[in-house]
Design a protein around this ligand. Structure first.
Ligand SMILES: C[S@@+](CC[C@H](N)C(=O)[O-])C[C@H]1O[C@@H](n2cnc3c(N)ncnc32)[C@H](O)[C@@H]1O
Length: 254
């Protein structure tokens, strides 16, 4: 997937906030090893390296562009390019953390227990994932994808429900953990500028479309999607656009 660190960073403060909320919910711990799964441009991993100066911190991501961006800021974090579908730590880890990344992977019923098994005794798995796949931003994307000459090509690349309900994760993970904390937060994101929801999705959810369509066909797709979004997310009288966004949080201790 061709990640664009520049586009992703356009809504930096809104994207950063759930990572702060996840870190704030960690139980008391002094980890010797920390791994940030799907570390992107590395802000969270660097922050954790500052918080625990004695810990070994590793950031793992499969996007060369994101890792290249991560490496531009000096830090003592080690970066690794690897696919989280298959990569697992080679020794037990005290803190495995992942902000807004695991929704890109399938098979959570297998993936999350495997991550728990990669923890040292007393270790923590902390995960935040968007769970807004039934929001207008996503429903209208699927609708636009199904309604055009691109339908057959887009159907296999758009994933409609990659994140499950909190109780589903409870049933999978509670038997494997000493303590399991699951909750959702809906952020009322206040965005500025033209077509802000389209610009938001360009950095993430639209990537499979941007990777599949090109030229006039991509322009036609974006025009159709933009028109739907503008009707669903009208500008307020103050010129801003409200974009509610629901996220699932999970903090598990073994
Ligand atoms: C939305 S970004 C979040 C980045 C970072 N965690 C943050 O909070 O800014 C999702 C990241 O997950 C990475 N990612 C997606 N699928 C992956 C996979 N299978 N293996 C490794 N990284 C993956 C992407 O490359 C991207 O950097």
């Amino acid at each position: 997937m061709p990640w664009d660190p520049e586009q992703y960073a356009r809504f930096e403060s809104w994207r950063r906030r759930p990572a702060h909320d996840l870190v704030a919910a960690l139980p008391s711990l002094t980890p010797r090893t920390v791994v940030d799964l799907g570390c992107g441009a590395g802000q969270l991993a660097r922050r954790l390296a500052e918080r625990w100066p004695e810990a070994e911190v590793l950031g793992v991501d499969n996007s060369p562009a994101m890792l290249e961006r991560a490496r531009t800021t000096p830090s003592r974090v080690r970066w690794l390019q690897a696919d989280l579908g298959v990569w697992r730590p080679d020794r037990p880890v005290d803190l495995l953390i992942s902000n807004a990344a695991l929704q890109w992977l399938d098979g959570h019923e297998r993936l999350l227990p495997e991550l728990l098994r990669a923890l040292a005794p007393g270790g923590v798995l902390a995960v935040q994932m968007p769970r807004n796949f039934d929001a207008p931003s996503h429903r209208l994307l699927y609708e636009t994808a199904a309604d055009g000459p691109w339908a057959e090509r887009l159907a296999p690349v758009l994933r409609t429900a990659p994140v499950h309900a909190p109780d589903v994760y409870y049933d999978w993970l509670a038997p494997l953990t000493r303590r399991l904390d699951l909750w959702e937060t809906e952020y009322l994101q206040v965005l500025e500028g033209d077509d802000p929801v389209l610009e938001w999705t360009r950095g993430t959810t639209l990537l499979p479309v941007l990777d599949t369509l090109a030229g006039a066909e991509l322009d036609a797709f974006l025009a159709a999607y933009r028109a739907r979004l503008n009707a669903a997310y009208p500008r307020r009288p103050d010129g801003r656009t409200l974009f509610p966004f629901k996220r699932l949080f999970l903090v598990a201790r073994v």
